[in-house]
Design a protein around this ligand. Structure first.
Ligand code: ZN
Length: 106
């Protein structure tokens, strides 16, 4: 009786080998299990399930696009305002803060 149970256990694991492989790889578990369960009894279904379980994982490619034509941080030329000393754009004709003419040359 013990040998019969042992044999049943071995056959059970052998039958669900594709599913066990899929679980161990954590890939395509659902489809492998469905195929294994419903068509595993046909040898072709079992082989297909095994093939699916051993299929390499689909790689997700992440493409990092780097725009090298423009710098990531735009550095603006700033200088202190002659009236209020706040840092303003060097091209400013009127101070953004005190509204006084800067007198910066263009
Ligand atoms: Zn100012």
């Amino acid at each position: 009786m013990e040998t019969l149970e042992g044999l049943a256990t071995i056959l059970f694991f052998l039958y669900f080998l594709p599913t066990l492989i899929a679980i161990s790889r954590w890939y395509g578990i659902g489809r492998v299990f469905a195929l294994n369960l419903f068509l595993g009894w046909t040898l072709v279904g079992w082989v297909v399930a095994l093939t699916l379980a051993l299929t390499p994982k689909a790689k997700t490619t992440v493409q990092i696009v780097q725009n090298t034509s423009q710098p990531a941080v735009i550095t603006e030329d700033r200088r202190p305002c002659p009236s209020c000393a706040e840092r303003i754009l060097a091209q400013a004709k009127v101070c953004h803060f005190c509204k006084e003419p800067t007198g910066f040359a263009q």
